[in-house]
Design a protein around this ligand. Structure first.
Ligand code: PMP
Length: 423
């Protein structure tokens, strides 16, 4: 995928697009099948994706993926939850169910949010196929082709893709080491007349940045003053290793009636469950429910029931605590090794949680060009360039620290140092 500031305006369909849509050969005299929709034709594979495909070799130490550590999944607890629902209530667990989602699951999520300063009723929630579906539902319910969406710069790639499919015009807002710049947001709102601001305010993907509380107030005030929806995407907020929790945008009075909070079980339990949730004001939530009905009727009944059972019987907070202890050590191993690994003049941040460190190589270094040499040395990262909706920073890269032990991280960084020494 190649994100751009006008992610929705598709280039002309690729030559041969009609043929790939299934036309028989010309000799049969049959008319070709019509081409793909322009939005589908505009989504191609990126060269970075092809290089990263090489990192699946087991010898590669990869800082590229955004995956949770598989050895830390509570497989035993999740197995017990599935066993119980399939033993005790198989007829319900295997049946069709409501679009809004399992009542016990929604009640458990509502209770967790309430305990974190965001009073929530189960009826405020819609269970989604990961927070990724929450984004798609929101785009379907809110965006007309040509509508403008403001994003942090850089931002989450698959959100750019989602808004691109909706035909939206994506406009980046200046962001710094503390995330969105509220003054730049206010300017952009007046200039661009956007409908939606998409933000990952806590431990952002790709930068690991967290928007401070005062900036959250300022963002909420801008949204209220100018009539703007906010999508607050929060898959990483529970992975905090130090520092104080910052209130959700959705909990701020100014923005409470216009903020959609997207949450996920992917990073706290397991992404293979494909379960997340959306908390939205009533009218928008109802539109999302209707959209979801047309997409997939509802999330898997048995997966929801097992997850609800897990939340009732297991101790998710204790599990989270174990995750945070392990991830903190991995983050520290990465931060400790970076000074010796990256060339002099490089900069990086020190996120208090999440999965990512964002680094910038000094002028003259191109992270995309260097990736091939890194992969040849069995180490990988993601170049930062594709995450920018505006002009990319060629020296930027994202390093994920979750899937390797501290020892492997140290070895990966030694390999990375070799890439720069060999230049
Ligand atoms: N939003 C952000 C910012 C993400 O980083 C991700 C996953 N990497 C998602 C949404 C989607 O996650 P899921 O669908 O698994 O909940």
């Amino acid at each position: 995928m190649t994100p751009s500031t006008t992610a929705g305006s598709a280039p002309a369909p690729a030559p041969g697009a009609a043929r790939t849509a299934g036309a028989p050969d010309a000799a049969s005299n049959a008319a070709p099948a019509p081409p793909l929709a322009s939005r589908a034709a505009s989504v191609g594979s990126s060269p970075v994706r092809e290089i990263l495909a090489l990192t699946e070799r087991p010898e590669v130490i990869s800082f590229a993926g955004g995956l949770p550590a598989p050895e830390l999944f509570d497989a035993e607890g999740i197995r017990a939850a599935y066993d119980q629902v399939l033993t005790e209530e198989p007829r319900r667990a295997l049946q069709y169910s409501t679009t809004e989602g399992d009542p016990a699951l929604r009640a458990a999520v509502a209770a967790r949010l309430g305990a974190r300063g965001l009073p929530t009723s189960p009826d405020d929630l819609l269970v989604t196929t990961g927070s990724q579906q929450g984004l798609t539902l929101l785009a379907t319910a809110l965006l007309e082709p040509g509508d403008t969406v403001l994003v942090e710069d850089p931002t989450y790639l698959a959100a750019l893709q989602c808004f691109g499919f909706a035909g939206a015009r994506v406009v980046p807002v200046r962001s710094d080491e503390n995330g969105l710049d509220p003054a730049a947001l206010a300017d952009a709102v007046v200039r661009e007349r956007p409908k939606l601001l998409y933000t990952v305010p806590t431990f952002q993907n790709p930068t690991g940045r967290t928007l401070p509380a005062a900036r959250r107030q300022a963002v909420a005030a801008v949204a209220a003053r100018h009539g703007l929806w906010i999508a607050e995407d929060d898959p990483y907020g529970e992975l905090r290793y130090e520092g104080e929790r910052v209130p959700h945008l959705a909990s701020l009075e100014a923005a409470a009636d216009r903020t959609v909070l997207l949450g996920s079980f992917s990073k706290v339990m397991a992404p293979g469950l494909r379960l997340g949730w959306l908390r939205a004001p009533a009218a928008l939530r109802r539109a999302c429910v209707v959209a979801k009905q047309s997409f997939d009727l509802h999330c898997s009944t048995v997966d929801q029931a097992a997850t609800a059972r897990y939340l009732a019987d297991a101790d998710l907070d204790a599990h989270l605590e174990r995750l945070c202890v392990a991830y903190r050590l991995r983050r520290d191993a990465l931060l400790d090794g970076l000074p010796a690994a990256l060339p002099e003049g490089s900069e990086w941040n020190r996120p208090e949680g999440g999965m990512f460190v964002w680094a910038r190589l000094p002028a003259g270094h191109d992270a995309t060009e260097l990736l091939r040499a890194a992969v040849a040395r069995d180490v990988a990262y993601v170049p930062g360039a594709p995450f920018f909706a505006g002009p990319p920073d060629p020296g930027a890269l994202r390093l994920s620290f979750t899937t390797h032990t501290p020892e492997e991280i140290a070895e990966g960084l030694r390999r990375l140092a070799g890439v720069f020494e060999a230049r």
